[in-house]
Design a protein. Structure first.
Length: 318
């Protein structure tokens, strides 16, 4: 990939993950106006990027995703097996995708708001956590955990219960005197059986790509891109019998959230993100949410999450 070659005119087409997206590409999961920073998204082709390999995600059982992150000076190149290359310039707040990969698939769109967008957010002083986020009574709850821990399924169940899903995989948090969560792409990636069971109130369009159904929230459910106050963080755990919530000691919460946070491969970035994680743990409740990973148990889990949000809104646990 070379320097971007595109029409010089770009238009702000919506907001997502704390960005006002400026592009001429047809994004499908953006939200209404927010108050974030401009992000320019372009398309170009050229030779394969080169640079120092600073991160790699290898395929594993049940998850064929493969990714590589390269660094060249102050810029990055991120490749994924299902979306191709992204060039990221944190200084200019721009992302370039492969023009040869157009049209813009939902997979590529969602991937762009993962690692590429998180690189820019982290460089600007925010924190990106591997977590879904749901708005309940005007406050956000993070559902944090590694892949295949049921984040998106639980978020979809909360959507079916009438709550707005802010993000389904990577959540950007910022500090403006209080901790806030930016709404991400207005879409959820679900297994077909889960999609069939939960899609009723979740969206107006379902698009299948690969082994996942992309459930796109309709315009009336998306809302705008303005950040939502963070009420609590739930660390998703598997249990064998009942739903249980347990406060997490600060040292354990810091360890687990640090493992789920994105940081750039530098000592400065690691130290900065660790400080942000420590601050987050000191300011909002962090609880283990233990539950069975069965669709039948979801109503009880939804009620437990709603209770956490209500208690945090009333000042309990703060």
């Amino acid at each position: 990939m070379a320097a971007p070659v595109t029409t010089p005119e770009t238009t702000t087409v919506g907001s997502c993950s704390g960005y006002e997206v400026q592009t001429d590409l047809p994004f499908r999961t953006l939200r209404g106006a927010g108050d974030g920073m401009p992000l320019t998204v372009l398309a170009a082709d050229g030779p394969e990027p080169v640079g120092q390999l600073v991160g790699e995600w290898l395929p594993r059982t049940g998850n064929p995703f493969h990714g590589r992150l390269l660094r060249a000076g102050e810029t990055y190149a991120f490749w994924t097996s299902d979306a191709g290359w992204f060039l990221i310039d944190p200084g200019d707040a721009s992302i370039t995708i492969e023009a040869s990969k157009l049209p813009l698939t939902l997979t590529r769109e969602v991937r762009m708001f993962g690692v590429p967008a998180s690189i820019i957010a982290t460089a600007r002083g925010d924190i990106s956590v591997h977590a879904a986020a749901v708005e309940i009574e005007g406050r956000a709850v993070l559902l944090a955990g590694p892949s295949r821990h049921g984040k998106t399924t639980l978020a979809a169940a909360l959507a079916a219960a009438g709550h707005r899903v802010l993000s389904e995989d990577m959540s950007r948090c910022t500090d403006r005197g209080e901790l806030l969560v930016y709404p991400g792409p207005a879409v959820m990636r679900l297994r077909p059986d889960v999609s069939e069971a939960l899609r009723g109130a979740n969206g107006s369009e379902v698009v299948t790509e690969g082994e996942r159904d992309f459930v796109i929230a309709d315009l009336g459910r998306r809302g705008d891109g303005k950040p939502v106050p963070l009420a609590a963080v739930l660390l998703l755990r598997e249990a064998s019998d009942r739903v249980e919530l347990r406060p997490v000691p600060a040292v354990d919460a810091i360890r687990d959230l640090w493992a789920l946070s994105f940081w750039l491969p530098t000592d400065v970035s690691r130290a900065s993100v660790f400080e942000r994680v420590t601050d987050l743990v000191a300011r909002v409740p962090v609880l283990d949410l233990r539950r069975e990973l069965r669709l039948a148990s979801l109503p009880d889990v939804v009620r437990a999450v709603e209770q956490v949000a209500g208690a945090a809104g009333n000042g309990a646990g703060s």
